[in-house]
Design a protein around this ligand. Structure first.
Ligand code: SAM
Length: 243
């Protein structure tokens, strides 16, 4: 299937995205390591460092999937804090919950099936709302950013960790070849699912550029917005505060 987003009605797109993650949930962790040569672990560490959370903080790990970021946040907020692992997809949440319980991390972690566009939490709840490799899949990104802003406490921060756009032409060439030629083949062999990985490459290209996303965050009410490129801009961390 070729997912031409412009022609797909909203409800259908939400269903499509859900379907993609249903079909990849089980191979998800293996593919992450394989596709990024393990570098996604470093990107996640940097994002959590930039979130700068403290012991006792309340964190929302939105589009949290199998819980990599939740695990890193949990270490920082400690037993007095709380991390909510939230995702639209029940299969991803289940996989995440099982993984975290197997790691002995359970006490201060909660699970919620939510849509980022309309978060079911009270205003001013979280010290940090983080969305890792998730905003790209959200249909109405402005609504999601506004919703994230709303549930943030004053003084809290939003962290967006997402694929972005290479900052130099050589990286761009190599990366294009990798994502349009190699990646779908790896997906076909390892996950038996070429389409989902072709969708991945396309959704990355359609995602707003660094400065555009920064502007969207400002539009949603966030202040002191800035971004940090990693791996020549293949991934970026955006950060903004609510005051
Ligand atoms: N944050 C995890 C990580 O970095 O490993 C998982 C990222 S995974 C690529 C993207 C996740 O976003 C999927 O688990 C998917 O179900 C979720 N997602 C997609 N659209 C969403 C939405 N509108 N609201 C909440 N979660 C969504």
């Amino acid at each position: 299937t070729h997912f031409g987003f412009k022609e797909v009605p909203k409800q259908e797109k939400v269903a499509l995205v859900r379907g993609v993650f249903d079909s990849v949930a089980s191979q998800y962790d293996v593919m992450n390591d394989l596709m990024s040569l393990g570098i996604h672990r470093i990107w996640k560490r940097v994002a959590v460092q930039l979130a700068n959370v403290r012991e006792g903080d309340q964190v929302l790990d939105l589009a949290g999937g199998t819980g990599d970021l939740t695990t890193l946040f949990e270490k920082r907020v400690g037993k007095k804090g709380r991390v909510v692992l939230a995702d639209i997809n029940a299969a991803m949440l289940r996989t995440g919950r099982d993984r975290l319980i197997n790691r002995g991390l359970a006490g201060n972690i909660e699970y919620a099936q939510v849509n980022a566009e309309c978060l079911p939490f009270a205003d001013n709840t979280f010290d940090c709302v983080c969305i890792g490799f998730g905003l790209r899949n959200v249909t109405d990104k402005d609504a999601a950013l506004r919703s994230m802003y709303r549930v943030l406490k004053p003084g809290g921060r939003v962290i967006v960790l997402e694929f972005s756009h290479p900052t130099d032409p050589i990286t761009e060439k190599v990366y294009d070849f990798y994502s349009f030629n190699l990646l779908p083949k790896i997906g076909a062999i390892v996950a038996k699912d070429e389409d989902s990985y072709r969708y991945l490459a396309e959704s990355i290209r359609m995602h707003p550029k660094q400065d555009e996303l920064k502007r969207m965050m400002e539009e949603a009410g966030l202040e002191r917005c800035e971004y940090f490129n990693m791996t020549q801009g293949i991934v970026a961390v955006h950060r903004g505060y609510k005051f």
